[in-house]
Design a protein around this ligand. Structure first.
Ligand code: WTA
Length: 561
């Protein structure tokens, strides 16, 4: 039986505090609650992490995780990391990533996970803004780190084999394996305040560089309870969250939520293929599976016949997040997996799920579900007034849920922009609510693009494009795509002396791919004589989008003729 049913709707967040050891001891630390607390009970020999990729196949118990993260905490302390310092992770999925993240939190450092596909510009922007002191990476990824140009970066810890860069006067290099060998398994945990910084996730908006969204240890309250009620985690579950820890889903639910509940996490490294994914479910007898619509659509495209080659009967509960989950996919899932796919909604800034379809609730395929108990969501108009059911408006959340972002790193002004109406957080999404209280996603209220479940800011891509010698101006939009949700389409005006040709279009795609990240690269590049602009010179993405999609262009009075 699912733990949650609607009779619990009057629940208050205060009740959740009793689930944590700090309720009794007053000593707070996320990593202690996620790992050590279980290692002190019969769960010490329970698997915390099953990890596999094409080369490795390993299991770590809660006790293993406790000792390894203690060791890593000692490594960091020895090299001078203190509470509040930013320690970044630029690593492929690996047990070391999970161990070291826990080690960082144990000494009160703020963890900054970076998606392994980032290229130099993306890495630089994030390390620069956060003023990171230590970076963990691999001998091959370190090529993408401009460490000599990052004045705050002091130390790089390299994980795994491979040639290390030459010693450098500005940077001290260490080898993870060597340092761990000499580190003690015993660590004095840094007890923190619930409001102390824990993790910094960079995410995209429609303007400016990516923003550092700061979450604090208190987020555990929401992550614990949502993992319990929405992911429906139970003692003997094997939980597989397919998201990379470079994105918020990969930490809030790829790490924290399940471990806070003492659940075994499965992590699979490497690339996606339907056979591999189904094989993984079969091999580990995955019971709860959390993924993204783009993955479900790819699995759907691979066909139901593939599912018949695997035993998927272990699946009890399946969830989807990150972009709209088409009703068609929900229906397909009922046939192919014999379970419902549960859509739910949240974002980097909310730190945990705020709207969901619970296992016990009647589902309306295509809807994101209802607000989590203790969360108030509303549809507001431009003036901040609540709109009646059926009308589309801004999806806003009443400020104050436990895992709400606490600031935007080094940018208080940007943080304040999330709260245009007294007491309400504006998500930037458009949605409507129906008479029964279900929320329906309608689109973004700004130019942020979600492609294959990953959030991309047009400004970052445009900035990269204009670095190319041939490009005078660039504008980027999301263009609907049946599998990826949206693809990135770039419109480009060339500098004098350059002419349009297919090679150049391809070159521009590669330029973004190599400079920024593959998922941020435009799949289509259109070269135009001019880009529509306002009289003050701002490129009008919405007009390009309307032209592209044959939609009404709206008010063109500000457009320069
Ligand atoms: C979108 C990922 C439709 C939305 C957890 C949001 C969704 C952005 C859904 C956040 C959903 C997330 N249906 N759209 N169920 N869930 N989104 O920060 O536009 O990477 O604002 O967090 O993804 O993306 P982020």
């Amino acid at each position: 039986m699912p733990d949650y049913d609607e009779s619990r709707a009057n629940f208050s967040w205060d009740e959740v505090e009793k689930a944590f050891s700090w309720y009794e001891t007053g000593q707070v630390n996320m990593a202690y609650e996620a790992i050590d607390r279980h290692a002190e009970t019969w769960r010490k020999n329970k698997a915390a992490l099953y990890y596999s990729d094409d080369e490795r196949d390993e299991t770590y118990t809660f006790q293993d995780m406790k000792f390894l993260s203690n060791q890593f905490g000692n490594v960091l302390r020895r090299i001078g990391v203190e509470k509040g310092d930013r320690v970044f992770l630029f690593l492929p999925r690996s047990p070391e990533l999970y161990v070291s993240m826990m080690g960082m939190l144990k000494i009160g450092a703020i963890a900054g996970p970076l998606f392994e596909a980032f290229m130099e510009q993306a890495v630089r922007d994030r390390l620069e803004n956060s003023e990171a002191k230590v970076l963990m990476t691999t001998p091959s990824l370190v090529d993408r780190v401009p460490y000599n140009e990052l004045p705050h970066l002091e130390t790089i810890i390299l994980v795994g084999d491979g040639k290390a860069p030459e010693d450098d006067q500005d940077i001290q290099f260490y080898r993870y394996e060597d340092e761990m060998k000499n580190a003690s398994r015993h660590l004095d945990i840094e007890w923190v305040d619930r409001e102390d910084g824990m993790i910094l996730h960079y995410t995209s908006g429609s303007t400016g560089k990516p923003k550092g969204v700061l979450h604090v240890h208190n987020a555990m309250i929401q992550q614990y309870q949502t993992a319990k009620w929405i992911m429906d985690l139970k003692e003997d579950d094997i939980f597989w969250c397919t998201a990379d820890p470079g994105w918020v889903t990969g930490t809030s639910y790829g790490i924290f939520g399940p471990w806070l509940n003492g659940t075994s996490n499965l992590v699979r490294g490497g690339r996606f293929s339907p056979e591999d994914w189904y094989g993984t479910i079969e091999k580990y007898q995955v019971s709860v599976w959390l993924s993204a619509p783009t993955a479900f659509r790819k699995l759907m495209a691979a066909g139901e016949a593939v599912t018949e080659n695997f035993d998927l009967n272990s699946l009890r509960h399946v969830l989807s997040v990150g972009e709209p989950l088409n009703a068609e996919v929900v229906h397909w899932g009922m046939n192919a997996y014999n379970v419902r796919i549960h859509d739910h909604w949240w974002m980097t800034e909310t730190g945990g799920v705020v709207i969901a379809n619970y296992p016990s609730m009647p589902m309306k395929p295509g809807s994101m579900g209802k607000p989590f108990p203790g969360v108030e969501a509303a549809i507001l108009d431009e003036a901040g007034n609540q709109l009646p059911p059926g009308q589309m408006g801004k999806l806003c959340i009443k400020a104050g849920w436990p895992s709400m972002l606490r600031t935007v790193w080094n940018n208080e002004e940007r943080f304040n922009q999330y709260f245009p109406f007294e007491g309400w957080f504006d998500s930037g999404d458009l949605a409507s609510r129906d008479e029964d209280g279900y929320f329906w996603f309608q689109g973004r209220d700004d130019d942020v693009i979600t492609t294959s479940g990953e959030r991309v800011g047009p400004f970052e891509v445009e900035s990269k494009l204009v670095e190319h010698a041939a490009v005078a101006e660039a504008a980027v939009i999301g263009k609907p795509d049946p599998v990826r949700g949206h693809i990135i389409k770039a419109f480009v005006a060339l500098k004098d002396g350059y002419t349009k040709n297919d090679d150049l279009q391809e070159e521009l795609k590669q330029f973004v791919k190599k400079g920024l990240a593959a998922h941020a690269a435009p799949r289509e590049v259109e070269i135009r004589d001019f880009l529509p602009k306002t009289r003050s010179g701002k490129i009008m993405r919405r007009v390009l989008k309307a032209w592209e999609l044959d939609l009404p262009t709206g008010d063109l009075s500000t457009m320069e003729k």
